[in-house]
Design a protein around this ligand. Structure first.
Ligand code: ADP
Length: 167
């Protein structure tokens, strides 16, 4: 039987406990999970792709079947290149559902061999979004309970660098 390869694409700017939970659960469902780090053209990133990859690699190091890569083009093209059949996304609420349904239908039109798989966010993670966390950190708030320790440390460094630059 061929191995089941899944891709979890996202901006991960930065990785949160919500993302990590999806990664852990998907890694238990598939033989291999590739976390594909891209840039959402509609969002201005705080971290560059290399920084995001480094943080995700650190945090997912204990998960032997998880790898982290950059994605530049269409997700379905990346998936074909990596022989992946399953596209994993997380769902926090109705907005995510509506957005993800449209993307999944478009991806199905582009590549009918790709199966989208949705994992519901745990209730304790459903309020966590990278954008909101960045906003809180910008105004000196503490988000350490919502992100892995390595990410919290990078967030504080980034905030301090930005303040230094602004002065
Ligand atoms: P994108 O810009 O591609 O939406 P994100 O990093 O914002 O990238 O999200 C990547 C995936 O992770 C999406 O499927 C999103 O719904 C999911 N996700 C984001 N935050 C959470 C969370 N707190 N719990 C579960 N899934 C999440």
């Amino acid at each position: 039987m061929s191995s089941k390869i899944a891709v979890f694409p996202g901006s991960f700017d930065p990785l949160t406990n919500g993302h990590l939970d999806i990664i852990e659960r998907a890694s238990a469902m598939f033989d291999q999970l590739i976390v594909a780090v891209g840039t959402n053209t509609g969002k201005r990133p705080l971290f560059d792709v290399d920084e995001k990859i480094q943080m995700i690699e650190t945090v997912t190091a204990p998960l032997a079947n998880v790898s982290v890569e950059t994605i530049n083009g269409l997700t379905v093209d990346f998936m074909h290149d990596h022989h992946a059949k399953f596209l994993v996304r997380g769902l926090r609420n109705e907005q995510d559902f509506n957005y993800e349904r449209d993307i999944a239908n478009m991806n199905h039109n582009l590549a009918s061999d790709v199966e989208s798989v949705f994992l519901l966010a745990k209730p304790e993670n459903a309020q966590i979004s990278s954008s909101i966390l960045k906003e809180i950190v910008h105004f000196d708030g503490d988000v350490s309970t919502f992100v892995p320790a390595a990410v919290w440390s990078h967030l504080q460094t980034k905030r301090d660098q930005e303040k230094h630059r602004a002065n």
